[in-house]
Design a binder for this molecule. Structure first.
Ligand code: ADP
Length: 486
C-alpha cells in the first residue's frame, strides 16, 4: 500500500490544555488516531500559557520574521504529546494571555483576534509551501473552524499543499473589517465574492469554505443541513455551490474515558452482558442528587450547556408533567441565566423527583450517564454531539431531535428497527415540546418492559464509536483531496 498522506493539523484548541468546545476534543483525539493509522501528523497550535506550562522544555525550531503588517515576528517550537509531534507557535504579544483563547476577561473578543488567528493561519499555510523553513513538508494542510480557515486562502493564491477545512460549528465565522485583508498580507485580488470577502467584511471561515480543496464537517446529516438556510448561518448558498467538495464524518469518542466497564467515577462497573450493576449506579445517583431512591420509575438524565441550541426550554415547558409520568429527572448543566432559574424552580416544585445541579462537574457527568435510564438531548441543532454517543455506550438510550449527529447515531425504536437490531433510542417526531413529551411517554412505557429495554440498551452498547473508524474516513478524504484539482 502507498504511504498515507502526511498531515499538518492546524487548530486553535487542543484538550486538555485549551478547550471551549468540540474542536478541543477532536484535536486531542483525531491526530493521535491518524498517527496510529500510519499518517505522519503534526499539530500546529499557539504556544498559549497552558502549553508553556505543559511543555516547559519545548525545543526552539525556527524563528519567523514578521509576515505582514499585523503579523509580528514569531517562532516555532517542537514538543511531543504521547509520541504525537506538536508545533507550537510562539508569539508572546499575541498568545501570552490568561483564560479563554477568544475572549478577554470582560467577555468581549480580544480586539486583535484577526492578528492572533491570522498568524496561526498564515504559518499553517507557510508550512504547506515550498518556502517553508522546515525540512518537513505535509501533503495536506488540515484547517479547523474559522481560526485556521484562512490557511487555504494563502495556499490557493500562492500555491502549496492541498487543504481541508473542517467545520465544527458554523455559527462562528471570524468576521473582521475590510482593512484586515491588507494588514494580514492577503493579496488585493482576494477581495472578491468568490475570495475572502463576505458582505463587505473579511470572513476567515467563508474564505476557507470557498478556497479549500475539500470541506468536511462532523456528521453526515450536519453536512446536508448546513446547505439549508435554516442551519447555514448565511453560508448555505456557498455550501450548496461546493456540495460536491463537502463531506460529513462523524466524530469518535474517547472510549477509554467513557467506558462503563472501567470508569473510576461509577459506584459499580458494568457492561452489555452485565447490565444488572447499572441499578447500583442509579441508586447511587438518586442519593447523590437528593432524588427519592426508587428503582421502580424511569430516571431521565440531562448533561448540557443550558442554551437555546440544546432545546432544553422544551423540557422546561413540560417539566411539571414528569413526576406524573411517573418518572424522575436529573439535570446537570449551566449557562443561560433564565434557563438556570427555570430548572431550579422546577426542582423546587418537585422535591425528590426532579434534581438540578448548576455546575460543571465531570465526575457527576459520568455518574448521570451510568445512573440514568434514558438521556434527554432535544437539541435544535447539533453538528455531531458527544453525549448521545456516551449514553449509547453507557446503556442509557438517548432521546433526541432528528438533527445533525443525533440523526446519524440514534435509531428510533420501532417494530422494524427492533427486528433488525438497530433500535437504540427515541427520536422526537418534530421540534415541539409536545413531541418531546410524547417521546418521553414512549420511552417510559418501553422502560417498564425490561426485556425490551435491555435489547435497546445492548443495541446501543454494541455500536463502534471509536476514533479509528473516523480516522479511516479522514484518510480517504485526504487521498481525495490529493487527487482533486487545487
Ligand atoms: P457541546 O460541545 O455543544 O456543548 P457536546 O454534546 O458535543 O455538546 O459536548 C458536551 C460535552 O460537555 C460533553 O463531554 C459533556 O459531558 C460535557 N458537559 C456539558 N455540560 C457539562 C456540565 N455541566 N458538567 C460536566 N460536563 C458537561
Amino acid at each position: 500500500m502507498d504511504t498515507p498522506p502526511s498531515i499538518l493539523f492546524a487548530t486553535a484548541e487542543m484538550a486538555p490544555w485549551v478547550k471551549t468546545g468540540g474542536l478541543g476534543d477532536v484535536a486531542a483525539a483525531l491526530p493521535a488516531a491518524l498517527r496510529r493509522a500510519g499518517h505522519d501528523v503534526r499539530v500546529l497550535l499557539p504556544f498559549y500559557p497552558a502549553l508553556q506550562q505543559a511543555f516547559p522544555a519545548a525545543e526552539p525550531l525556527v524563528a519567523l520574521p514578521p509576515l505582514a503588517p499585523a503579523l509580528p515576528a514569531s517562532r516555532l517550537l517542537a514538543a511531543e504529546s504521547d509520541g504525537l509531534p506538536l508545533l507550537l507557535l510562539d508569539c508572546p504579544a499575541l498568545y501570552q494571555r490568561p483564560g479563554n483563547p477568544y475572549l478577554a476577561a470582560d467577555g468581549h473578543d480580544w480586539p486583535d483576534n484577526a492578528s492572533r488567528f491570522g498568524l496561526l493561519s498564515r504559518v499553517a499555510a507557510l508550512l504547506g509551501q515550498a518556502v517553508s523553513p522546515l525540512a518537513w513538508h505535509p501533503d495536506i494542510v488540515h484547517a479547523n473552524d474559522w481560526q485556521t480557515a484562512l490557511a487555504p486562502a494563502w495556499l490557493h493564491y500562492e500555491g502549496g499543499a492541498a487543504s481541508i477545512v473542517t467545520v465544527h460549528n458554523i455559527a462562528f465565522q471570524g468576521c473582521f473589517a475590510e482593512s484586515a485583508r491588507a494588514a494580514l498580507g492577503l493579496p488585493a485580488a482576494a477581495w472578491r465574492f468568490d475570495g475572502v470577502e463576505y458582505h463587505g467584511q473579511l470572513s476567515f471561515l467563508k474564505a476557507g469554505l470557498q478556497l479549500a480543496t475539500l470541506i468536511s464537517t462532523v456528521s453526515p446529516t450536519y453536512a446536508r443541513e448546513i446547505q439549508d438556510e435554516a442551519f447555514g448561518y448565511g453560508l448555505s448558498p456557498l455550501l450548496r455551490h461546493r456540495r460536491h467538495q463537502l463531506r460529513g464524518i462523524l466524530n469518535g469518542i474517547d472510549s477509554k474515558i467513557w467506558n462503563p466497564a472501567a470508569d473510576p467515577a461509577l459506584a459499580a462497573p458494568y457492561a452489555a452482558n452485565r447490565l444488572a450493576a447499572k441499578r447500583t449506579n442509579k441508586a447511587a445517583l438518586q442519593r447523590a442528587m437528593g432524588l427519592a431512591e426508587n428503582a421502580e420509575r424511569p430516571l431521565f438524565g440531562v448533561i448540557s450547556r443550558l442554551t437555546e441550541q440544546k432545546g432544553l426550554d422544551l423540557l422546561l415547558t413540560i417539566g411539571d408533567g414528569i413526576p406524573h409520568l411517573p418518572a424522575q429527572l436529573a439535570v446537570l448543566g449551566s449557562g443561560d441565566r433564565t434557563m438556570e432559574a427555570g430548572f431550579l424552580a422546577l426542582a423546587e416544585r418537585h422535591p425528590g423527583q426532579i434534581a438540578v445541579s448548576l455546575k460543571f462537574d465531570e465526575s457527576l457527568a459520568h455518574r448521570i450517564e451510568a445512573g440514568a435510564d434514558c438521556f434527554l438531548m432535544p437539541s435544535r441543532f447539533e453538528p455531531c454531539g458527544l453525549n448521545q454517543m456516551y449514553s449509547l455506550r453507557y446503556g442509557t438510550p438517548p432521546l433526541v431531535q432528528a438533527t445533525g449527529g443525533l440523526a446519524d447515531t440514534v435509531v428510533d425504536v420501532s417494530e422494524t428497527t427492533l427486528a433488525d437490531r438497530t433500535a437504540n433510542g427515541f427520536v422526537m417526531a418534530d421540534g415541539s415540546a409536545h413531541a418531546l413529551w410524547l417521546a418521553m411517554q414512549r420511552a417510559a412505557a418501553n422502560w417498564y418492559d425490561r426485556r425490551l429495554w435491555q435489547r435497546i440498551q445492548q443495541n446501543g452498547m454494541r455500536r463502534d464509536f471509536s476514533w479509528s473508524h473516523a480516522a479511516a474516513e479522514y484518510g480517504q478524504l485526504y487521498r481525495d483531496a490529493l487527487a482533486a484539482p487545487h
